[in-house]
Design a protein around this ligand. Structure first.
Ligand code: ATP
Ligand code: MG
Length: 110
């Protein structure tokens, strides 16, 4: 039995630039790749500042990655519609999953 790949994370990098006169570049994520299949539990462990929250923000579309790619259910994250996260807009029957977002799918609120 092969379980569907939910998240496909491919060489994800997120760089933050801080400072005005002297700009510092922080690599919050540097070439992160992994897959998560349906039913799997993945623990993300690391010291403070190692990028755990940044990674989850990218996976839930709250942050855009600097480079790299994320697929959710085989579809690029940018094609998932952020606007239909509320209960009011019911997904249409034609493309039900794409009218939702990974975050609402995972929490069952769509
Ligand atoms: N909006 C931001 N602007 C600039 N730097 C940021 C921003 N968000 C995170 N960072 C930096 O990116 C790095 C990763 O931060 P992140 O919050 O993802 O770490 P974390 O693993 O969640 O840490 P903690 O365990 O303390 O929650 C840190 O160096 C942090 O200072
Ligand atoms: Mg955190």
């Amino acid at each position: 039995m092969s379980r569907e790949v939910l998240y496909e994370v491919d060489r994800l990098t997120k760089v933050f630039s801080t400072g005005f006169f002297r700009t510092t570049r922080i690599y919050a994520l540097n070439n992160v790749s992994f897959n998560v299949r349906e039913g799997e539990i993945l623990s993300i462990v690391g010291e403070s500042g190692s990028g755990k929250s940044t990674l989850l923000k990218v996976l839930l579309k709250a942050l855009k990655p600097t480079s790299g790619r994320v697929l959710y259910r085989g579809v690029p994250l940018e094609r998932w519609d952020n606007r239909s996260t509320g209960r009011r807009s019911r997904p249409s029957s034609r493309t039900p999953t794409l009218r939702s977002t990974p975050s609402t799918e995972l929490t069952g609120r769509s």
